[in-house]
Design a protein around this ligand. Sequence first.
Ligand code: SAH
Length: 242
Amino acid sequence: MKLYVIGIGPGGENEMTLRAVRALEQCDCVAGYGLYLDLIDGLLDGKERIQTGMTREVDRCTAARDAARAGHTVAVISSGDAGVYGMAGLMFEVCQEYPELEIEVIPGITAACSGGAVLGAPLTNDFCVVSLSNLLTPWETIEKRLHAAAQGDFCLCLYNPASKKRTDHLQKACDILLTVRDPKTPCGLVRNIGREGETYQLLTLGELRDTSVDMLTTVFIGNSVTEIISGRLVTPRGYRGV
Ligand code: SAH
């Protein structure tokens, strides 16, 4: 019995890998958050849908598991990559008592890569990805990781930078970075990557601190050598110095 966990990339069909499209073709039942199912609606004709709200991840994965046990070939879909703040880990957890279920994880283009491409090449050298959501991780832990990334001069890619309830997390994160990083450090925001209404903005770390963002945005913070080249955000890898 086969269960696919598929990363569909940041947007619609165009952002999917061929492997993800082919795996989806094998499935007769697809589980996912409604917005993501809508994004790939054209590929779901005739397939049963297991659709739940954003915060019902456990229910969705359990329902997908039970559909697979009942004989369906099931896909659980996540935006971006299913292993990056996605459902892949949870799927292994809810299926651990059912060794007859074979799980195949199909990678997708995560927002760090797709958003980085929109901005230019901000993540060419070492970087950290940090989610600013404290729904599942204590805020103190997030702050500790931000301090460590700041100390290590890592470029940063921030997921879940804000939600309706959490509006000051990005400001707090910038304040931590500003303890060691220049306020003029180049940064970028990308919203709705790969979707209708995709926008991006280049700004300094000082400006980013006072900018409000929403949860459809991914934030990029440069390191000490990140620069703007021809209007794009670039972290040189060092080739010019060789
Ligand atoms: N599994 C996803 C991440 C889910 S966490 C991935 O690999 O990309 C949700 C966060 O991801 C959002 O708050 C946002 O910061 C980022 N994100 C995901 N898709 C995005 C998109 N299309 N445009 C901008 N940001 C996106």
